[in-house]
Design a protein around this ligand. Sequence first.
Ligand code: FE
Length: 197
Amino acid sequence: MTDRPTRRHILASGALAGIASGLLPELALGQTLPPTPECNDHGPATPRQTEGPYYKPKSPERTDLYVSGMAGQPIEITGRILTRRCQPVAGALLDVWQADHKGDYDNAGFTLRGHQTTGPDGLFRLRTVVPGAYPGRTRHIHVKVQGKGAPLLTTQLYFPGEALNAKDGLFRRDLLIRTAKAEGWLAGRFDFVLDME
Ligand code: FE
């Protein structure tokens, strides 16, 4: 992806230095990254993908799936939930589940599972670790997004620069998270577009 040292990336790196030292900024870091995908007025909605076998209902409400000391690369993913006219969707539900850094799901409990609701600006913020690949699958995060009046969106998000992306039949470029590298935390950005006006 774009790793050119743009002003946005420099800003992101500065903010990440803060997060690495324990000074969590008020503003979601990923907001300094360019949005992905760009929302075009009346453009396509975020594509749907299979739910897979590991979804569990009734996940805890939380934005932080990362627990201090958890193995793996911590990442903060931020973005917006938008309509096809690029308007923010307030009160949308974002339910997330993923494997740990070794590629294992917690099917007994709710580790690395959680849901949250967007505020009036349609923003979400998710702190987690980069999931590990598992047999047949490249790294991915599963999500369900529900906006009032929109059909439920079940899909998966992917990571840039992964050799296994090319070998995973489910992988799609338009479901790539944009990331900025830094010491400690990684910043990620993804905007969902729901199939609603
Ligand atoms: Fe999976």
